[in-house]
Design a protein around this ligand. Structure first.
Ligand SMILES: [Zn+2]
Length: 362
């Protein structure tokens, strides 16, 4: 994303990272009597920075965030407390307050920040309206509007995270960001393998749209996306747009069929079998489009589709794959708990099936 601020403002927060942290695992004289592995105990000490990213110039995008070591899917890149949280005035009579009504709250919160945090906030990119561009005094509100995320237990507040805000957009992102209410942090994780030196990317918008639609939506941030999905040749671009549209339709079409009821009629059984194949095709399309963040709901669809034809082995495997992805994001989230319950339900059905088979054979 293009950053328009002068170099001097941005340079303060560049983090030139040390290499890998050096960690010392204590040698215990007595075995642990409870199940806390040594590396999780307080005796475990690290020297050097555990930080796995650095901010530095990114070609054509101002500043970007880069991995300083290889990262695997699920690895935490950053867990950040918001420097500012704003609870906007309640919506009255179904009408939202104008954004300008947030300004006094924002200014009051900003005034309480340390100088370091004030500089971090002011160094963030903001896409300015023509009126804002002519007024150098009012940078705070555009910065907030361009970078704030919904937070809080009801996701009704707005939080500003200056480090995470430096992550540039891609329509094939390699990280996602999730608000964890228990810790009050926004956590950025790798959603696929990221190599050392690779730029970390996130998405600023829903990705199941054509390139043209995405570019239109991104214009509100004041930049043109040049990610690998946006610089394809004509034929490849059309194929990519078609895949995204097919994925969007598949998620929509599957939704009413995601029950655990086993079809009884021959026609319904045949349809359920076809749905299994369609669900596998959905996963394949997501992999081809490198849309890793949509895999957990897709795996859930595959699991439920197998359950409807009573293939409990496959239902278990796919439910567990979805559960693992959800668990890496947030162990307390509704989606994680649902996948844990489904996995365990499918395992029971699988066990029952194996037991019945052994009885028949015996
Ligand atoms: Zn793009």
């Amino acid at each position: 994303m293009s950053k328009t601020l002068p170099f001097t403002l941005l340079s303060f927060s560049w983090t030139v990272l040390a290499s890998w942290p050096t960690c010392i695992v204590p040698i215990t004289s007595t075995p642990y009597s409870y199940e806390v592995p040594s590396w999780l105990s307080l005796n475990y000490s690290c020297t050097g920075s555990p930080q796995v990213w650095e901010a530095r110039p990114s070609r054509g995008k101002g500043i970007g965030v880069f991995a300083t070591r290889p990262l695997d899917p699920g690895d935490i890149i950053l867990a950040e407390l918001p420097v500012i949280i704003i609870e906007p005035p309640l919506i009255r009579d179904g009408v939202a307050y104008p954004l300008t009504s947030v300004e006094p709250l924002l200014q009051a919160a900003f005034d309480t920040l340390s100088e370091e945090h004030k500089s971090a906030v002011l160094s963030l990119h903001a896409h300015l309206t023509p009126e804002e561009a002519s007024d150098t005094e009012t940078r705070l509100l555009p910065i907030f509007r361009s970078n704030a995320y919904l937070v809080g237990s009801l996701m009704s507040e707005f939080g500003l995270f200056p480090k995470g805000a430096r992550i540039n957009h891609s329509c094939r992102p390699n990280s996602n960001q999730v608000w964890i209410d228990k810790t009050g942090k926004r956590v950025v994780r790798a959603i696929r393998r990221i190599e050392e030196g690779e730029e970390i990317s996130a998405t600023y918008l829903p990705l199941l749209q054509s390139r043209k639609e995405r570019q239109r939506a991104l214009s509100q941030y004041g930049f043109k996306c040049t990610c690998s999905a946006c610089v394809l040749g004509k034929a490849e671009q059309e194929a990519s747009d078609k895949r995204r549209n097919d994925i969007r339709l598949a998620f929509h079409d599957f939704e009413p069929h995601l029950s655990l009821s086993v079809p009884q009629s021959v026609a319904d059984k045949r349809k359920a079998q076809m749905n299994v194949e369609a669900s596998m095709q959905l996963v394949k399309l997501l992999e081809e489009e490198e849309l890793s963040d949509y895999l957990a709901p897709a795996y859930r669809i595959v699991a439920l589709s197998f359950a409807r034809i009573e293939r409990w082995d496959q239902a278990t495997i796919w439910a567990h794959k979805s559960y693992n992805l959800r668990l890496a994001e947030n162990e307390d989230a509704e989606g994680t708990l649902e996948m844990a319950a489904l996995t365990s339900q499918f395992i029971s059905s699988w066990n029952e099936e194996l037991y019945n088979k052994s009885k028949q054979q015996g």
